[in-house]
Structure formats: C-alpha cells, structure tokens
Design a protein around this ligand. Structure first.
Ligand SMILES: Cc1ncc(COP(=O)(O)O)c(C=O)c1O
Length: 410
C-alpha cells in the first residue's frame, strides 16, 4: 500500500487525474496466484491478460516475475513483445479476428486461441499453424455484472459446445496434430466453486472432442476471471481454494480421459493489477441545484467502469479528515449524464482543488480511458518501494492537437 503522504507528494508534483500503481503489490499478486496453482499442479502457466493494464512499466514488472502474456489485439502483441515477453510466452485470444489480427498473432504469439470455426479458415488461408486451439463457449458463464459475462448462450464469444468437434476435425483434416483448448466465461468472480465447475465443464468438452479425434490436448486453458473485492462487503477470493479445486477436477479428468499431464493455462488480469492501482483526481467545481454535485477532473473518459457497468469503487477523500460528511453526487466533466461515479455518496465537504481517491483501479482503468470530449488521457505513475516513476504524462491540449494532425497526414 502506498502511504498517503507519498500520494500527497505525488499529487503536488504531477497533474491529476493520474493512475498510480504499486509495483510491490503487483509482484505479490503474481507470486500468490502462481504459487497457489503450481503447488497443486506444477505444469500451470500463468498468462497476464494485457487488456487489464497495458502500462509499459507494469508489463515489464510482470514479465520479470516470469509470467506469460495473453493479448487481444495487434497493439497488445507489439507492446507485450516490447515489454519483455518472449514470443514463446505470448498467447493471442481475439474475437471476430481479421486477417490482419491473425497475421500479427502468427508473427508475435506462439499460441492462438481461435474464437470460431470460421476463424480457422481465415488463419489457414495464409498459414496452417502447428498447434490449433479454439475458445469454447461451454454454455455457462458468470461475472461480477452482466457486461463481464463472456460465456453462455447470450455471449458473443467462442465456439458453441455442439460445434467443437467439427472445429477440431477441420483442423485435423488440414494435417494439424497438436491441439489446445480454451475458454473464458466471465470476469470478477469471487466464488472458488465456480472455477471448479467451469473447469469440469471444459474437461468434459475436451474429453469428448479429443477422444473422438484420437489425440490428446497439449494444453487446457480455463481463462481468467479471478475477482477482487471492490466494496467492504466483499471478501478476497480464496485463491488457494480456487487452485486446489480447479487442480483436483483437472487431474481427475485428465486421468479419466487419458490425457498425459497437459499444461494448465490461466489468464488472470484483474487479480494481478486490480488492487495495485488507484486513481487520484481533483475537484474542479461544486454545484448546488436540484441535487448537490461535485465535479472532478476525472470522468468516464478516465475511469469508464462506473458508467459502463454501474461498477462500484471505494471513493475516499483521505486528505480532508476533519471535515463533516455531506451527501453529494460525484461526477466528471463529460457531456453525458452517465458520467457519474457515485450518487448520494457521503464524503467530507469538498472544495475546489481537493483530492479524491478511487481504490482498486489497477485493472480496466487506464486501458478503458479515452479522449472523449477532447479530454486528455490520465497520467500513469509507478511506485516501487518508495521510488516514484512518472511513466506517462497527461497530454496537454496542444499535444493532442499535434497528434491529431499527425494522424491525418500519415
Ligand atoms: C480472453 C480473456 N482472458 C483473460 C481475461 C482476463 O479476465 P480477468 O481480468 O477477469 O481475469 C479476459 C477479460 O475479459 C479475456 O477476455
């Protein structure tokens, strides 16, 4: 945890809004999940889902801990490559992949999880890979809220169970003999048993497909989805329990289907960086009208999750201790009425210039930010055992203008 006096110092030196990441916490999370899984199943490989946090300094820290990467776009592939992940450690999981996506994936990743039976055709039109893996939609999914459920009949992702055999048969007919299998059914799950249930489900799909095909998979990837508590009412996920339950179902089913110790892959994003990041913002204006509003220099352009999903973040004003609490509606400066972080929140009576801190913003924070309304992207800062590194400066309007015209010229 970064001490409050250091946060205050950072806020005085660097402009807000800014994401601040705790390097030690990221390392701790990498170690915790890796140890938990490898203790129960040594052939586990942990891939960090780059979509959760793409800050180069953060990716370098994660690569140094030995984790692999899971990328979802050509840019993420280039970034992972630049930040120290070797090709052998990079996996690509896209959806509705274009030929360009697949060409990038072929060049920069050693594993591609194909989203559909038709993806194979697009890929093999220029290259028949040595290993083929499909993302299976096992018909079930669960997430912290609806927007992050990525499995089940209403999810746009993956190959439906009924088409799984045909997908692998097509690859087999093209001469492919090495296979993996993948799923990602939902994000921000805190219940260990859920991970055991989905593992069981994928193992049955794998058992059915590969026994009919007469081959065994080299890896089985159960995706990410390991949640973090965002509110005081939630508890930390018992990752030891998750690893124990998943591994035991995995091992049992490997025996049942005669799979020889395939690699178990997992793809945590939120678990690695979620609780290692905060967003610092300043009050820019206060209004008393039909309701009270407190406007911030951060908005849905800086932290989208509340507007996108109704997601909850703990919001504090820790530098304003002695002030009585008042109810307010906390919002950004974006011209949308969904640009509200919290309604009727009790906070110290804030004034223009006061700091507000959002907890647990290290995943799907900066990566979801945008220039909407012509607002600059927030800054990114890494604190490593007290040492502060300013990774990305908040853009000025002039820099944004320059970039805009450069893009139009090229
Ligand atoms: C394919 C894939 N893998 C991994 C993840 C990471 O999920 P989480 O951050 O919930 O662990 C996602 C998130 O959407 C994903 O789409």
């Amino acid at each position: 945890m970064i001490p409050l006096n250091l946060l205050q110092e950072i806020s005085e030196k660097y402009s807000t809004p800014g994401y601040i990441y705790d390097a030690e916490k990221i390392r701790e999370n990498c170690t915790k999940i890796t140890r938990a899984f490898t203790r129960h199943y040594p052939s586990t490989v942990v891939h960090f889902a780059v979509k959760a946090n793409s800050c180069p300094a953060v990716l370098k820290i994660i690569a140094e801990t030995g984790l692999s990467a899971d990328c979802s776009s050509p840019f993420e592939l280039l970034l992972a490559n630049k930040c120290g992940f070797e090709k052998s450690k990079i996996m690509y999981t896209g959806n509705y992949e274009s030929p360009q996506d697949l060409a990038f994936a072929t060049e920069y990743a050693s594993i591609i999880n194909l989203d559909d039976i038709t993806s194979l055709k697009r890929l093999t039109s220029f290259k028949v890979p040595e290993v083929v893996s499909f993302r299976i939609n096992p018909g079930i999914g669960r997430g912290g809220f609806e927007g992050v459920v990525t499995g089940g009949v209403d999810a746009k992702f993956g190959v439906p169970y009924e088409q799984a055999f045909k997908a692998y048969q097509d690859a087999y007919d093209l001469g492919v003999r090495r296979f993996g299998i993948h799923m990602m059914t939902g994000s921000n799950n805190l219940e260990p048993l859920f991970f055991a249930e989905i593992t069981e489900k994928l193992m049955h799909v794998a058992g059915d497909v590969f026994s009919r095909l007469g081959v065994a998979p080299e890896y089985i990837d159960i995706g990410g989805g390991f949640g973090i508590p965002y509110s005081n009412a939630e508890s930390e996920i018992d990752i030891e329990k998750v690893a124990e339950l998943v591994s035991s179902r995995f091992i049992e089913n490997c025996k049942k289907y005669h799979f020889q110790t395939p690699i178990l892959r997992i793809e945590p994003g939120r678990y690695i960086t979620g609780n290692a990041g905060i967003l610092l913002s300043r009050v820019t204006g206060k209004k008393t009208g039909y309701r009270n509003y407190t406007g911030l220099d951060a908005g849905m352009n800086s932290l989208l999750r509340p507007a996108l999903y109704g997601a909850f973040h703990r919001i504090e004003a820790p530098f304003k201790k002695e002030t009585p609490l008042v109810k307010t509606n906390l919002c950004g400066r974006i011209c949308e009425n969904s640009d509200i972080f919290a309604r009727d929140i009790l906070l110290p009576d804030l004034e223009e210039g006061d700091l507000v801190l959002f907890r647990d913003c290290g995943a799907y924070g900066f990566t979801m930010s945008s220039n909407y309304n012509g607002r600059p992207l927030p800054s990114e800062i890494v604190v490593d055992r007290g040492k502060v590194t300013y990774v990305r400066k908040k853009e000025t309007p002039q820099e944004m203008l320059k970039k805009h015209f450069k893009e139009q010229e090229s």
